[in-house]
Design a protein around this ligand. Sequence first.
Ligand SMILES: [Zn+2]
Ligand SMILES: [Zn+2]
Length: 327
Amino acid sequence: MGNSPKLCPCGSGLSYENCCQPFHEGTLASNALELMRSRYSAYALNLPNYIIQTTHPASPHYQIDRKKWLQQIAEFSLKSRFLGLEVLSFHETPAIAVVVFVVKLVQNKQDVTFTEKSYFEKFKGRWLYRSGHLEEGHAPNLMTVSQPRLLPLAYYGDPILRRKADPIVEISSDIRTLVSEMIETMDACDGVGLAAPQVHHSIRLFVVRKISDSSDDRGDLGVVEVFMNPVLLETKEKTWKAQEGCLSIPGIHGDVERPEEIVVEYLNLEGQKIKKHLSGWNAKVFLHEYDHINGVLFIDLLSGEEKKALEPILQKMHYRIHDGTEL
Ligand SMILES: [Zn+2]
Ligand SMILES: [Zn+2]
């Protein structure tokens, strides 16, 4: 009796040899769907190195401690039984792709099947996993993905993040398109604000998710607001300190002291001039984005001690993103 070829764990029905094995041995995935399948079978076959090699260096899941990361992946692989994969939808743009899929999984004899909506981003010619949202069980609500219009982000070390951005002269249809793409990108990356330089446009524009004025609860997210050519008219003397992060500096957080109340003026998407009083988180988010269009990053505003502690981490991130893939 001859040996029947081992079936690929990704559930394609093909032999491993003719399916995911070449990717695990170095062949580049030609699209995000192939990458997603080969990552699934790498989990099933306990190949943690492949998971790490195919994670975007700017992914929020990227871990500095390589040994610990390898261990975590291996632990997940060993305690799980991988029962198959069901792709619900797949959309790809030249820079970003979205795949929604169901992972059938058993751990400790319990069904822990989940649905994931994953974002993949092209990095130096290779598709890499960037981030994902999980939901328990078979969650068809994650399936409703329209054709995404997502923009590649500029990461720490990109000179555009240090430039003073130019004013918007006319609210053209290009600007309107950019605004809607920025909103989709902000939401896809779970951000509360996104400035145009962060998506490679050096113009004075940012979008934020408005937080209700009555509470300072960050979870209370509301409508999106568009700020064009914003001006800071007044800053109250009283300050407060709270943690900030930035989509362009993934994985880094720090306490930033900012004025508690400000008065601002800006143009909305309809071109109307609006004057507004902002406080608490709304003031904080505005100021974080306002800094972006002036080439300032939140890490510049940290205390000397915090800055010093972050320096080696930032250096590694800079290297990972701009010079090589590993350090
Ligand atoms: Zn496969
Ligand atoms: Zn930011």
